[in-house]
Design a protein around this ligand. Structure first.
Ligand SMILES: Cc1cc2nc3c(=O)[nH]c(=O)nc-3n(C[C@H](O)[C@H](O)[C@H](O)COP(=O)(O)OP(=O)(O)OC[C@H]3O[C@@H](n4cnc5c(N)ncnc54)[C@H](O)[C@@H]3O)c2cc1C
Length: 381
Protein backbone atom coordinates (compact mmCIF):
# COMPACT_ATOMS: atom_id res chain seq x y z
CA UNK A 1 0.00 0.00 0.00
CA UNK A 2 1.23 3.54 -0.65
CA UNK A 3 2.93 4.98 2.43
CA UNK A 4 1.94 8.60 1.86
CA UNK A 5 -1.33 10.03 0.80
CA UNK A 6 -1.93 12.72 -1.78
CA UNK A 7 -2.06 15.95 0.18
CA UNK A 8 -5.50 17.51 0.35
CA UNK A 9 -7.11 20.55 1.95
CA UNK A 10 -5.12 22.05 4.82
CA UNK A 11 -2.19 19.71 4.22
CA UNK A 12 -1.47 21.48 0.97
CA UNK A 13 0.87 24.04 2.46
CA UNK A 14 2.92 26.33 0.21
CA UNK A 15 5.92 24.76 -1.45
CA UNK A 16 9.11 26.78 -1.70
CA UNK A 17 12.84 26.25 -1.62
CA UNK A 18 15.95 25.46 -3.55
CA UNK A 19 17.08 21.95 -4.33
CA UNK A 20 19.98 20.34 -6.18
CA UNK A 21 17.61 18.45 -8.47
CA UNK A 22 13.86 18.56 -9.03
CA UNK A 23 12.39 15.46 -10.67
CA UNK A 24 8.87 16.15 -11.94
CA UNK A 25 6.81 12.97 -12.34
CA UNK A 26 7.13 9.96 -10.03
CA UNK A 27 6.31 7.04 -12.28
CA UNK A 28 8.71 4.75 -14.18
CA UNK A 29 11.06 7.40 -15.60
CA UNK A 30 11.07 9.79 -12.63
CA UNK A 31 11.62 7.05 -10.05
CA UNK A 32 14.47 5.62 -12.15
CA UNK A 33 16.17 9.04 -12.22
CA UNK A 34 15.72 9.49 -8.46
CA UNK A 35 17.13 6.01 -7.79
CA UNK A 36 20.43 6.92 -9.40
CA UNK A 37 20.66 10.10 -7.34
CA UNK A 38 20.48 8.40 -3.94
CA UNK A 39 23.09 9.94 -1.66
CA UNK A 40 24.16 12.50 -4.23
CA UNK A 41 22.31 15.65 -3.17
CA UNK A 42 19.03 17.27 -2.16
CA UNK A 43 16.42 15.94 -4.55
CA UNK A 44 12.73 16.83 -4.72
CA UNK A 45 10.34 14.42 -6.42
CA UNK A 46 6.98 15.89 -7.47
CA UNK A 47 3.84 14.20 -8.72
CA UNK A 48 0.25 15.35 -8.78
CA UNK A 49 -0.81 11.98 -7.31
CA UNK A 50 0.46 9.77 -4.57
CA UNK A 51 3.03 7.18 -5.62
CA UNK A 52 1.39 4.31 -7.45
CA UNK A 53 -2.06 5.90 -7.14
CA UNK A 54 -2.83 6.08 -10.89
CA UNK A 55 -1.89 3.12 -13.04
CA UNK A 56 -1.56 4.11 -16.68
CA UNK A 57 -0.47 0.91 -18.35
CA UNK A 58 -1.00 -2.84 -18.67
CA UNK A 59 2.20 -3.11 -16.63
CA UNK A 60 4.05 -5.82 -18.55
CA UNK A 61 7.84 -5.65 -18.81
CA UNK A 62 10.77 -8.00 -19.42
CA UNK A 63 11.29 -9.98 -16.19
CA UNK A 64 15.04 -9.36 -16.36
CA UNK A 65 14.44 -5.62 -16.07
CA UNK A 66 12.30 -6.08 -12.96
CA UNK A 67 14.96 -8.34 -11.46
CA UNK A 68 17.79 -5.95 -12.34
CA UNK A 69 15.99 -3.20 -10.42
CA UNK A 70 15.13 -5.42 -7.45
CA UNK A 71 11.40 -5.24 -8.18
CA UNK A 72 10.67 -9.00 -8.20
CA UNK A 73 8.23 -8.65 -5.33
CA UNK A 74 5.84 -6.70 -7.59
CA UNK A 75 5.60 -9.51 -10.19
CA UNK A 76 2.15 -11.03 -10.59
CA UNK A 77 2.59 -13.45 -13.49
CA UNK A 78 5.38 -14.51 -15.85
CA UNK A 79 5.14 -15.69 -19.47
CA UNK A 80 7.62 -17.54 -21.66
CA UNK A 81 5.54 -17.33 -24.82
CA UNK A 82 3.39 -14.83 -26.68
CA UNK A 83 0.23 -15.88 -28.48
CA UNK A 84 -0.57 -13.81 -31.57
CA UNK A 85 -4.00 -13.99 -33.17
CA UNK A 86 -4.78 -12.77 -36.67
CA UNK A 87 -8.12 -13.38 -38.45
CA UNK A 88 -6.56 -16.42 -40.14
CA UNK A 89 -4.15 -17.81 -37.58
CA UNK A 90 -3.17 -18.27 -33.97
CA UNK A 91 0.58 -18.56 -33.53
CA UNK A 92 2.60 -19.18 -30.38
CA UNK A 93 5.98 -17.44 -30.22
CA UNK A 94 8.45 -19.07 -27.80
CA UNK A 95 10.24 -16.16 -26.12
CA UNK A 96 13.99 -16.25 -25.45
CA UNK A 97 13.36 -14.22 -22.29
CA UNK A 98 10.22 -13.83 -20.22
CA UNK A 99 7.71 -11.02 -19.79
CA UNK A 100 6.04 -10.39 -16.45
CA UNK A 101 2.99 -8.43 -15.47
CA UNK A 102 3.36 -6.55 -12.20
CA UNK A 103 1.44 -4.68 -9.54
CA UNK A 104 1.88 -0.94 -10.19
CA UNK A 105 1.55 0.44 -6.63
CA UNK A 106 3.92 -2.22 -5.30
CA UNK A 107 6.46 -1.57 -8.05
CA UNK A 108 6.40 2.17 -7.35
CA UNK A 109 6.84 1.52 -3.65
CA UNK A 110 9.82 -0.80 -4.22
CA UNK A 111 11.46 1.60 -6.64
CA UNK A 112 10.81 4.56 -4.38
CA UNK A 113 12.54 2.73 -1.52
CA UNK A 114 15.75 3.04 -3.54
CA UNK A 115 15.95 6.84 -3.43
CA UNK A 116 16.32 9.37 -0.63
CA UNK A 117 14.43 12.18 -2.35
CA UNK A 118 11.82 14.34 -0.64
CA UNK A 119 8.40 13.75 -2.15
CA UNK A 120 5.51 16.18 -2.51
CA UNK A 121 2.18 15.87 -4.28
CA UNK A 122 1.78 18.96 -6.43
CA UNK A 123 0.61 19.64 -9.95
CA UNK A 124 3.44 20.99 -12.08
CA UNK A 125 2.14 23.92 -14.11
CA UNK A 126 5.23 25.07 -15.99
CA UNK A 127 8.48 26.94 -15.81
CA UNK A 128 8.89 30.17 -13.97
CA UNK A 129 11.37 32.95 -14.50
CA UNK A 130 15.04 31.96 -14.61
CA UNK A 131 17.11 33.24 -11.67
CA UNK A 132 20.81 32.84 -12.31
CA UNK A 133 21.60 29.17 -12.82
CA UNK A 134 18.42 28.00 -11.12
CA UNK A 135 15.34 26.91 -13.03
CA UNK A 136 12.03 27.65 -11.36
CA UNK A 137 9.25 25.07 -11.46
CA UNK A 138 5.76 26.44 -10.90
CA UNK A 139 3.28 24.16 -9.16
CA UNK A 140 -0.23 24.57 -7.79
CA UNK A 141 1.39 24.80 -4.33
CA UNK A 142 4.00 27.40 -5.16
CA UNK A 143 7.36 27.59 -6.89
CA UNK A 144 10.52 25.59 -6.23
CA UNK A 145 13.83 25.83 -8.00
CA UNK A 146 16.99 23.89 -8.81
CA UNK A 147 19.80 24.09 -11.33
CA UNK A 148 18.97 20.56 -12.52
CA UNK A 149 15.34 19.92 -13.49
CA UNK A 150 13.87 16.75 -14.98
CA UNK A 151 10.52 16.48 -16.76
CA UNK A 152 9.32 12.86 -16.42
CA UNK A 153 5.70 13.98 -16.64
CA UNK A 154 4.59 11.81 -19.53
CA UNK A 155 3.57 12.81 -23.06
CA UNK A 156 2.32 16.29 -22.08
CA UNK A 157 5.95 17.40 -21.50
CA UNK A 158 4.74 20.19 -19.30
CA UNK A 159 8.18 21.85 -19.03
CA UNK A 160 8.78 21.84 -22.77
CA UNK A 161 8.16 24.80 -24.99
CA UNK A 162 6.62 23.09 -28.00
CA UNK A 163 2.90 22.33 -27.70
CA UNK A 164 1.81 18.76 -28.44
CA UNK A 165 -1.88 18.09 -28.83
CA UNK A 166 -3.68 14.93 -29.94
CA UNK A 167 -4.96 14.03 -32.44
CA UNK A 168 -2.44 15.99 -34.55
CA UNK A 169 0.67 14.96 -32.59
CA UNK A 170 2.49 11.63 -33.21
CA UNK A 171 0.65 9.83 -30.46
CA UNK A 172 -1.09 6.46 -30.36
CA UNK A 173 -4.01 5.92 -28.01
CA UNK A 174 -4.61 3.02 -25.67
CA UNK A 175 -7.47 1.96 -23.45
CA UNK A 176 -7.93 -1.12 -21.32
CA UNK A 177 -10.25 -2.72 -18.78
CA UNK A 178 -9.20 -4.67 -15.70
CA UNK A 179 -11.77 -7.40 -14.97
CA UNK A 180 -11.13 -10.02 -12.29
CA UNK A 181 -10.22 -13.38 -13.75
CA UNK A 182 -7.29 -15.52 -14.75
CA UNK A 183 -5.55 -16.85 -17.83
CA UNK A 184 -2.23 -18.50 -18.59
CA UNK A 185 -1.52 -16.78 -21.91
CA UNK A 186 -0.07 -13.41 -22.86
CA UNK A 187 -2.08 -12.68 -26.02
CA UNK A 188 -2.27 -10.06 -28.75
CA UNK A 189 -4.68 -9.61 -31.67
CA UNK A 190 -3.78 -8.03 -34.99
CA UNK A 191 -7.24 -7.80 -36.47
CA UNK A 192 -8.54 -4.94 -38.60
CA UNK A 193 -12.12 -5.69 -37.57
CA UNK A 194 -11.03 -4.58 -34.10
CA UNK A 195 -8.61 -1.76 -34.92
CA UNK A 196 -7.45 -0.78 -38.45
CA UNK A 197 -3.91 0.08 -37.34
CA UNK A 198 -2.91 -1.23 -33.93
CA UNK A 199 -3.51 -4.27 -31.81
CA UNK A 200 -5.56 -5.69 -28.97
CA UNK A 201 -4.15 -7.46 -25.93
CA UNK A 202 -4.98 -9.62 -22.97
CA UNK A 203 -2.32 -9.50 -20.27
CA UNK A 204 -3.21 -11.64 -17.23
CA UNK A 205 -1.90 -10.56 -13.86
CA UNK A 206 -2.70 -13.39 -11.45
CA UNK A 207 -6.27 -12.55 -10.42
CA UNK A 208 -7.09 -9.85 -13.00
CA UNK A 209 -6.78 -9.64 -16.76
CA UNK A 210 -5.80 -6.42 -18.51
CA UNK A 211 -7.70 -6.37 -21.81
CA UNK A 212 -7.23 -3.45 -24.13
CA UNK A 213 -6.82 -1.99 -27.60
CA UNK A 214 -4.20 0.43 -28.89
CA UNK A 215 -4.52 2.42 -32.09
CA UNK A 216 -1.53 3.95 -33.88
CA UNK A 217 -4.02 6.36 -35.45
CA UNK A 218 -4.93 8.88 -32.73
CA UNK A 219 -8.22 9.69 -34.49
CA UNK A 220 -9.51 6.14 -34.13
CA UNK A 221 -11.54 5.73 -30.93
CA UNK A 222 -10.66 2.63 -28.95
CA UNK A 223 -13.52 2.40 -26.47
CA UNK A 224 -15.87 0.28 -28.61
CA UNK A 225 -13.07 -2.09 -29.74
CA UNK A 226 -11.97 -2.53 -26.13
CA UNK A 227 -15.53 -3.44 -25.10
CA UNK A 228 -15.76 -5.72 -28.15
CA UNK A 229 -12.52 -7.58 -27.29
CA UNK A 230 -13.55 -7.94 -23.65
CA UNK A 231 -16.88 -9.34 -24.87
CA UNK A 232 -15.17 -11.83 -27.18
CA UNK A 233 -13.11 -13.02 -24.21
CA UNK A 234 -16.20 -13.11 -21.95
CA UNK A 235 -14.63 -10.60 -19.62
CA UNK A 236 -16.42 -7.69 -17.95
CA UNK A 237 -15.57 -4.25 -19.32
CA UNK A 238 -14.85 -2.69 -15.93
CA UNK A 239 -12.19 -0.49 -14.34
CA UNK A 240 -11.13 1.48 -17.42
CA UNK A 241 -7.81 3.22 -17.78
CA UNK A 242 -6.15 4.70 -20.82
CA UNK A 243 -3.79 7.33 -22.11
CA UNK A 244 -2.02 8.71 -25.16
CA UNK A 245 1.20 6.92 -26.06
CA UNK A 246 4.05 8.71 -27.91
CA UNK A 247 5.51 6.92 -30.92
CA UNK A 248 8.19 9.42 -31.90
CA UNK A 249 11.33 10.57 -30.10
CA UNK A 250 11.45 14.21 -29.00
CA UNK A 251 14.51 16.20 -27.95
CA UNK A 252 15.77 14.78 -24.64
CA UNK A 253 16.92 18.22 -23.48
CA UNK A 254 15.46 21.64 -24.07
CA UNK A 255 16.33 25.03 -22.68
CA UNK A 256 18.32 23.57 -19.76
CA UNK A 257 15.69 20.96 -18.79
CA UNK A 258 16.12 17.15 -19.10
CA UNK A 259 13.30 14.89 -20.36
CA UNK A 260 12.96 11.12 -19.81
CA UNK A 261 10.32 8.51 -20.58
CA UNK A 262 7.16 9.46 -22.48
CA UNK A 263 8.01 13.18 -22.21
CA UNK A 264 10.95 12.49 -24.54
CA UNK A 265 8.99 10.02 -26.70
CA UNK A 266 11.02 7.14 -25.25
CA UNK A 267 8.17 4.66 -25.76
CA UNK A 268 8.89 2.13 -28.53
CA UNK A 269 6.73 2.44 -31.65
CA UNK A 270 4.86 -0.71 -32.86
CA UNK A 271 4.80 -2.45 -29.47
CA UNK A 272 4.07 0.67 -27.36
CA UNK A 273 6.48 -0.71 -24.78
CA UNK A 274 7.47 2.29 -22.70
CA UNK A 275 8.22 1.01 -19.22
CA UNK A 276 11.65 -0.50 -19.70
CA UNK A 277 12.70 2.39 -21.94
CA UNK A 278 11.55 4.82 -19.23
CA UNK A 279 13.75 2.87 -16.78
CA UNK A 280 16.63 2.80 -19.25
CA UNK A 281 16.68 6.48 -20.20
CA UNK A 282 15.81 7.48 -16.62
CA UNK A 283 18.84 5.57 -15.32
CA UNK A 284 21.07 7.08 -18.01
CA UNK A 285 19.89 10.55 -17.05
CA UNK A 286 20.24 9.90 -13.32
CA UNK A 287 23.86 8.86 -13.86
CA UNK A 288 24.60 12.05 -15.77
CA UNK A 289 23.07 14.18 -13.04
CA UNK A 290 24.97 12.27 -10.39
CA UNK A 291 28.21 13.17 -12.16
CA UNK A 292 27.27 16.85 -11.97
CA UNK A 293 26.34 16.66 -8.28
CA UNK A 294 29.61 14.92 -7.48
CA UNK A 295 31.57 17.65 -9.25
CA UNK A 296 32.75 15.45 -12.13
CA UNK A 297 30.87 17.35 -14.83
CA UNK A 298 28.92 20.47 -15.60
CA UNK A 299 25.25 21.04 -16.29
CA UNK A 300 26.12 21.92 -19.89
CA UNK A 301 28.13 18.72 -20.36
CA UNK A 302 25.30 16.62 -18.88
CA UNK A 303 22.80 18.24 -21.27
CA UNK A 304 25.04 17.49 -24.21
CA UNK A 305 25.93 13.92 -23.23
CA UNK A 306 22.39 12.88 -22.34
CA UNK A 307 21.00 14.39 -25.57
CA UNK A 308 23.67 12.51 -27.53
CA UNK A 309 22.80 9.28 -25.72
CA UNK A 310 19.11 9.63 -26.50
CA UNK A 311 19.75 10.66 -30.12
CA UNK A 312 22.00 7.63 -30.64
CA UNK A 313 18.87 5.48 -30.35
CA UNK A 314 16.97 7.46 -32.98
CA UNK A 315 17.54 5.01 -35.82
CA UNK A 316 16.18 2.11 -33.77
CA UNK A 317 13.02 4.07 -32.94
CA UNK A 318 12.79 5.04 -36.60
CA UNK A 319 12.85 1.38 -37.71
CA UNK A 320 10.23 0.46 -35.14
CA UNK A 321 8.09 3.31 -36.49
CA UNK A 322 8.53 2.03 -40.04
CA UNK A 323 7.35 -1.40 -38.87
CA UNK A 324 4.41 0.26 -37.10
CA UNK A 325 3.40 1.85 -40.40
CA UNK A 326 4.02 -1.30 -42.46
CA UNK A 327 2.27 -3.99 -40.39
CA UNK A 328 -1.28 -2.61 -40.82
CA UNK A 329 -0.75 -2.63 -44.60
CA UNK A 330 0.16 -6.33 -44.81
CA UNK A 331 -2.80 -8.33 -46.21
CA UNK A 332 -4.26 -10.52 -43.41
CA UNK A 333 -3.56 -13.84 -45.16
CA UNK A 334 0.05 -12.85 -45.79
CA UNK A 335 0.36 -11.74 -42.16
CA UNK A 336 -0.93 -15.15 -41.03
CA UNK A 337 1.59 -16.96 -43.26
CA UNK A 338 4.45 -14.69 -42.18
CA UNK A 339 3.66 -15.08 -38.49
CA UNK A 340 3.81 -18.90 -38.83
CA UNK A 341 7.28 -18.60 -40.34
CA UNK A 342 8.37 -16.12 -37.69
CA UNK A 343 7.26 -18.44 -34.88
CA UNK A 344 10.31 -20.65 -35.36
CA UNK A 345 12.58 -20.74 -32.33
CA UNK A 346 15.55 -19.49 -34.37
CA UNK A 347 13.66 -16.44 -35.65
CA UNK A 348 12.05 -15.47 -32.34
CA UNK A 349 15.38 -15.76 -30.53
CA UNK A 350 17.03 -13.55 -33.12
CA UNK A 351 14.21 -10.98 -33.33
CA UNK A 352 13.36 -10.75 -29.62
CA UNK A 353 17.08 -10.71 -28.75
CA UNK A 354 17.58 -7.64 -30.94
CA UNK A 355 14.43 -6.09 -29.58
CA UNK A 356 15.56 -6.46 -25.94
CA UNK A 357 18.95 -4.96 -26.76
CA UNK A 358 17.32 -1.64 -27.68
CA UNK A 359 17.16 -1.08 -23.90
CA UNK A 360 18.94 -4.03 -22.26
CA UNK A 361 18.42 -4.90 -18.58
CA UNK A 362 22.21 -5.17 -18.03
CA UNK A 363 22.23 -1.36 -18.18
CA UNK A 364 20.59 -1.23 -14.74
CA UNK A 365 23.43 -3.02 -12.98
CA UNK A 366 24.89 -0.93 -10.15
CA UNK A 367 28.58 -0.45 -9.54
CA UNK A 368 31.51 1.71 -10.52
CA UNK A 369 32.20 2.95 -14.02
CA UNK A 370 28.67 4.25 -14.58
CA UNK A 371 29.85 7.09 -16.76
CA UNK A 372 31.99 4.80 -18.89
CA UNK A 373 29.02 2.46 -19.34
CA UNK A 374 26.95 5.37 -20.61
CA UNK A 375 29.59 6.15 -23.20
CA UNK A 376 29.79 2.51 -24.22
CA UNK A 377 26.00 2.31 -24.49
CA UNK A 378 25.96 5.47 -26.63
CA UNK A 379 28.51 3.92 -28.97
CA UNK A 380 26.72 0.55 -28.96
CA UNK A 381 23.40 2.20 -29.83
C1 LIG B 1 -3.42 1.46 -21.99
C2 LIG B 1 -1.92 1.43 -21.98
C3 LIG B 1 -1.25 0.24 -21.72
C4 LIG B 1 0.14 0.21 -21.74
N1 LIG B 1 0.77 -0.98 -21.45
C5 LIG B 1 2.13 -1.04 -21.41
C6 LIG B 1 2.79 -2.26 -21.04
O1 LIG B 1 2.16 -3.26 -20.71
N2 LIG B 1 4.15 -2.26 -21.04
C7 LIG B 1 4.89 -1.15 -21.38
O2 LIG B 1 6.13 -1.23 -21.39
N3 LIG B 1 4.28 0.03 -21.70
C8 LIG B 1 2.92 0.11 -21.70
N4 LIG B 1 2.31 1.31 -21.99
C9 LIG B 1 3.15 2.51 -22.18
C10 LIG B 1 3.64 3.00 -20.80
O3 LIG B 1 2.53 3.12 -19.94
C11 LIG B 1 4.33 4.38 -20.88
O4 LIG B 1 5.27 4.39 -21.92
C12 LIG B 1 5.02 4.63 -19.51
O5 LIG B 1 4.04 4.77 -18.51
C13 LIG B 1 5.91 5.88 -19.56
O6 LIG B 1 6.43 6.13 -18.27
P1 LIG B 1 6.74 7.62 -17.77
O7 LIG B 1 7.27 7.49 -16.39
O8 LIG B 1 7.53 8.32 -18.80
O9 LIG B 1 5.34 8.37 -17.78
P2 LIG B 1 4.01 8.07 -16.97
O10 LIG B 1 3.95 6.65 -16.53
O11 LIG B 1 2.90 8.61 -17.80
O12 LIG B 1 4.17 8.95 -15.64
C14 LIG B 1 4.05 10.34 -15.63
C15 LIG B 1 3.91 10.76 -14.18
O13 LIG B 1 3.79 12.19 -14.16
C16 LIG B 1 2.69 12.57 -13.37
N5 LIG B 1 2.19 13.83 -13.90
C17 LIG B 1 1.70 14.06 -15.15
N6 LIG B 1 1.40 15.36 -15.30
C18 LIG B 1 1.72 15.97 -14.13
C19 LIG B 1 1.69 17.31 -13.67
N7 LIG B 1 1.25 18.32 -14.43
N8 LIG B 1 2.12 17.58 -12.42
C20 LIG B 1 2.58 16.60 -11.62
N9 LIG B 1 2.64 15.30 -12.00
C21 LIG B 1 2.21 14.99 -13.25
C22 LIG B 1 1.69 11.44 -13.47
O14 LIG B 1 0.83 11.41 -12.35
C23 LIG B 1 2.64 10.22 -13.52
O15 LIG B 1 2.93 9.73 -12.25
C24 LIG B 1 0.90 1.38 -22.00
C25 LIG B 1 0.22 2.60 -22.23
C26 LIG B 1 -1.17 2.62 -22.21
C27 LIG B 1 -1.88 3.92 -22.42
Amino acid sequence: MPRRRTKRGGERTRLAGDYDVIVCGASFAGLAVARELAGAGRVLLLDRYELGERQTSACAAPTAWLEALGLEDSIRQTFDRLVMHTPHSTVRFPLPWTFSTFDYPRLCELLDDQNDAEFETAKVEGRGAAAGEAIEVRTDRGAVSAPLVVDALGWRRVLGTEGYQPPDAPLSRGLEVHPHGASRELEIWIDRSLVPAGYGWSFPAHDEVRVGVGSFDPRFHVKDPTVELAGRLRRDAVRYQGNWIPHKLRPATEDGVFFAGDSAGHCLPLTAEGIRTAFYFGIALGRELQQVLEGHGTHAAALRRYATFSDAHEWKFHWMLRAQRAVPRVPPRLLAAASRVMASRAFTHWAFGHYLRIAPPTFAKPGPGRSERLEQATLAA
